[in-house]
Each structure stands twice: as C-alpha cells, then as structure tokens.
Design a binder for this molecule. Structure first.
Ligand code: NDP
Length: 237
C-alpha cells in the first residue's frame, strides 16, 4: 500500500514493488493519472488498484484500508510517501500553509498507520516505510513547515518501531536528498546549481535511487532493521 502513488517517487516505488512480486494499492487525492498508472504497474505481473482519498482524513484512510483488507486479506507493506510543500519564509508563512503541510506530511502518517496497525499486529508481520527528507535533519530556509513534519516523522518512526518490534513489524524512514522530480523541477536553474554544489556525488538523485531504498527496507534483507533512517542523498548529509 503506497500513498501518493500516481507520480514521482511513489510511482517508482510501486513499479519496484510490483517487479518484486507484490500486489500494489495506492491512494491519491486526484485521480487523473490513476487509471494509466494502474495499467502501467500491472504490466509487471500482479494487481494494482487505485483508491481515491486524502491521507489527512482518518476516516477515509480507515475506510480504504478496510476495503483493501477485504479484497487482499492482508497489508504487508505500507509506504507513507504522500507529501506536499507550501514554502515561504517563516515571517510570511500563513497558519494555513503550516496546517496543510503538517496535516498531510505528518498527520497522514498517523492516519495510515492507525488504519493498518491492528491487522499487521494480528498477522504478526508488517513493513512500514515513511518518507522523510534531508531537510528534516538539516533544516532549510522557507521550509519551517515541511522540515518540522519531516523531522517529526522521524520521532514517530522510532517510537512506533519500539512499540511493534515484538510483533515482527518494522518501521523505518527514508530521507532523500536532492531528487529529480516534480517537486524539484519547480526550482530555477540558479537554485538547482546551488543545491548541486552541495552534493559530493555531483548529480541529483533519481526516483529509482529512492525506490531501491524502499524496496530494500520492505524486503527480507532488512528483516532485523527497525527504527532507523536510510539517507539517500549522494553524500550531502
Ligand atoms: P510529488 O509531488 O511528485 O508526488 C506527491 C504525491 O503525493 C502525489 O501523487 C500526490 O497526489 C500525493 N498526495 C499529496 N497530498 C496528498 C493527500 N492529502 N492525500 C493523498 N495523496 C496525496 O512528490 P515526490 O515524489 O517528489 O515526493 C514523494 C515523497 O518524498 C514526499 O513525501 C516528499 O516530501 C519526499 N521527498 C521528496 C524529495 C524530492 O526531491 N522530490 C526529497 C525529499 C523527500 P496528487 O497527484 O493527487 O496531488
């Protein structure tokens, strides 16, 4: 189950998981691309089902998880990937831009985990992977809201990991650096060059670089890894 799967990192994650043999479900706000994505992901073998919903809404998350459980009988892997930015310097940041980013990027993780944790505990199996960001560790001007959410989910990940470890459920985070995606395409050339100057590997990360990390944490190779963060940033931090 992947949130925010119809584009960017989420779509690449679904492709990797499908190639590895998983049936995939995804939740997104807007359904424009969903049908096309379902068909693309299905070409790798398993099923792919879209559910329209808002991760910031607990009732919707619970309803969708229940529908998925009815159809597939279990949810083995939850990838909390959905995220937004509403950048502004703090002096100009509205309360609304704070609330939106916290409610989706951090509240969405609470809601989705709430929706799947009982069935995972019952099944004595679960792999939860939360998408953080380098800025949750380093901070970034213009992103007080976003970096707070991304730092907050690190505490969430570590605590939930400890609560459910005895049930064979792992909970980890991934903190990508500067990744080529819709989110970073919004930056102008000057901003991109300034960011690249801080990347020792001298290139932006790819969607695949991040999805490979998710696949690793979801796989048996990572069975004894929980409560940690995998940094995927070309040496930036
Ligand atoms: P995109 O903006 O390309 O995609 C975000 C996805 O999340 C979209 O599919 C969007 O759906 C979905 N989404 C947004 N809000 C909601 C909501 N309320 N409910 C359900 N779905 C929602 O993001 P990226 O692929 O670039 O990033 C994915 C994750 O990785 C994010 O959490 C981001 O913060 C993190 N990250 C990204 C980095 C980067 O450089 N790209 C760097 C570090 C972290 P819709 O199409 O319907 O709007």
């Amino acid at each position: 189950m992947v949130t925010g799967g119809s584009r960017g990192i989420g779509k690449e994650v679904m492709t990797k998981l499908a190639q590895a043999g998983a049936d995939v479900c995804f939740i997104d706000l807007i359904s424009d691309l969903a049908g096309q994505v379902e068909e693309e992901v299905k070409t790798h073998g398993g099923q792919c089902v879209f559910y329209k919903g808002n991760v910031a809404d607990l009732d919707q998350c619970v309803k969708i998880a229940d529908e998925i459980l009815e159809r597939f009988s279990k949810i083995d892997i939850l990838v909390n990937n959905a995220g937004i930015t509403r950048d502004a310097l703090f002096m100009r940041m509205s309360r609304e831009n704070w609330d939106d980013v916290i409610n989706i990027n951090l509240g969405g993780i609470f809601n989705m985990c709430k929706a799947v944790i009982r069935p995972m505990v019952k099944a004595k199996y679960g792999r939860i992977i939360n998408l953080s960001s380098i800025v949750g560790y380093t901070g970034n001007p213009g992103q007080v809201n976003y970096s707070s959410a991304k730092a907050g989910l690190i505490g969430f990940t570590k605590s939930l990991a400890k609560e459910v470890a005895s049930r064979n459920i792992t909970c980890n985070a991934i903190a990508p650096g500067f990744i080529k995606s819709d989110m970073t395409d919004k930056l102008d050339e000057t901003q991109k060059n300034a960011m690249l100057a801080n990347v020792p590997m001298k290139r932006m990360g790819t969607l695949e670089d991040v999805a490979n990390g998710v696949l690793f944490l979801a796989s048996p190779l990572a069975d004894y890894i929980t409560g940690t963060t995998l940094h995927i940033n070309g040496g930036m931090f």
